[in-house]
Design a protein around this ligand. Structure first.
Ligand SMILES: *[C@@H]1O[C@H](CO)[C@@H](O)[C@H](O)[C@H]1NC(C)=O
Ligand SMILES: *[C@@H]1O[C@H](CO)[C@@H](O)[C@H](O)[C@H]1NC(C)=O
Ligand SMILES: *[C@@H]1O[C@H](CO)[C@@H](O)[C@H](O)[C@H]1NC(C)=O
Ligand SMILES: *[C@@H]1O[C@H](CO)[C@@H](O)[C@H](O)[C@H]1NC(C)=O
Ligand SMILES: *[C@@H]1O[C@H](CO)[C@@H](O)[C@H](O)[C@H]1NC(C)=O
Ligand SMILES: *[C@@H]1O[C@H](CO)[C@@H](O)[C@H](O)[C@H]1NC(C)=O
Ligand SMILES: *[C@@H]1O[C@H](CO)[C@@H](O)[C@H](O)[C@H]1NC(C)=O
Length: 288
């Protein structure tokens, strides 16, 4: 495996983007190219000609697969001394056009890694990674982290409780779902602006238990965000989670996860939110 001695983190947790989305069009009519993390391997390839040729061709194949109504693709070329393995994934609420837009952005962004023999970019709308060895079954690896949005001064326990329950439920249900992807919302009872949005997604080459382990780490990384910020993400090699108090997918793009919540022993804490009223003021102020 390629060594990720160190990720060169470029965390750009752009809460501003979320606000832009809120002010313009409800989510998903955009490629969501907010770059969360980009990292380059520290080792360079030796034969750059072969390498660039392989990279260009694999990226091209990936792109044509993503344009054919798929949201996940792996392509490798091992024909010469510079093998290239590539994985790309779009969030499934994206349109094909927006998925391609996000992929193009990620591909051009990752070019700044030049001849590094591995690189990855995680964006709100998609994920792109290449290595010189197969990494398709990587689930949770060192470098996993939560990225919280800006802090707010207000306490928002109602929001936190609802979000924790939703994220916990997503981490339980998603590994059981075909395609390892779920989008869900929950409401803070008694309010109009009450809907909170979240997604979870795993690389489709993982096993269900790999996906479950990865999302458990992601859930732990992201849940602390909800204490006093209104959006957060968790990034890892094999999975992704995101939540927000503002929409980033459409209400009719949710997936019913309730049938997949049974043996969820790790605490469905959302059950208590029903009795709590009064969060609306906090939430409205936060969203203004
Ligand atoms: C979040 O914080 C950063 C750094 O303090 C700031 O530049 C940015 O404008 C803030 N975004 C919002 C939406 O407040
Ligand atoms: C890899 O190549 C880049 C320029 O393409 C160079 O700046 C960097 O030092 C090289 N890294 C190693 C480990 O040789
Ligand atoms: C690969 O693509 C880059 C950027 O589009 C280009 O500069 C380079 O010449 C291409 N290399 C090959 C071998 O096609
Ligand atoms: C698009 O996907 C379908 C079903 O997965 C497949 O049958 C078809 O060959 C693909 N088309 C292209 C151009 O790749
Ligand atoms: C989480 O799932 C449980 C059922 O297992 C449900 O009672 C609860 O309302 C869900 N929480 C949220 C926030 O969706
Ligand atoms: C919720 O919306 C309804 C109709 O849009 C309105 O009558 C009601 O006052 C609103 N409630 C709150 C708490 O804003
Ligand atoms: C979902 O809602 C959008 C508008 O908000 C609409 O254009 C689209 O057709 C709807 N999709 C489904 C499957 O109902």
């Amino acid at each position: 495996m390629t060594r990720w001695c160190r990720w060169f983190y470029t965390p750009m947790v752009a809460v501003a983007v979320v606000f832009m989305v809120f002010l313009t069009n409800p989510a998903s009519s955009q490629p969501q190219t907010n770059l969360l993390i980009q990292a380059c391997s520290q080792a360079n390839v030796t034969n750059t000609r072969d390498f660039y040729s392989n990279l260009n061709q694999t990226f091209g194949t990936i792109r044509s697969q993503l344009s054919n109504n798929t949201y996940f693709a792996t392509v490798e070329l091992t024909r010469n001394s510079e093998p290239v393995y590539v994985m790309a994934q779009c969030r499934k609420y994206m349109s094909t056009r927006d998925c391609l837009g996000c992929f193009d952005f990620a591909a051009s962004s990752i070019r700044s890694c030049a001849a590094a023999n591995g690189a990855r970019a995680v964006l709100d709308g998609c994920f792109l990674r290449y290595e010189s060895n197969s990494f398709y079954t990587d689930a949770s690896t060192p470098g996993n982290q939560g990225l919280c949005g800006n802090r707010t001064s207000s306490q928002q326990s109602v929001f936190e409780t609802a979000m924790d329950g939703l994220l916990s439920n997503l981490s339980i249900a998603t590994p059981k779902l075909n395609g390892f992807y779920a989008a869900a919302t929950t409401s803070v009872v008694g309010t109009n602006t009450s809907t909170t949005y979240a997604i979870a997604q795993c690389a489709e080459t993982l096993t269900p238990s790999g996906c479950r382990n990865c999302l458990q780490v992601a859930y732990n990384n992201v849940k602390s965000c909800a204490t006093n910020v209104i959006d957060g993400r968790a990034v890892d090699s094999g999975c992704f989670m995101r939540y927000s108090g503002t929409p980033f997918f459409r209400n009719n793009q949710t997936i019913d996860i309730t049938p997949f919540l049974q043996d969820g022993s790790s605490g469905n804490k959302g059950a208590t939110i029903g009795g709590v009223v009064g969060g609306i003021g906090v939430l409205i102020i936060l969203l203004m």
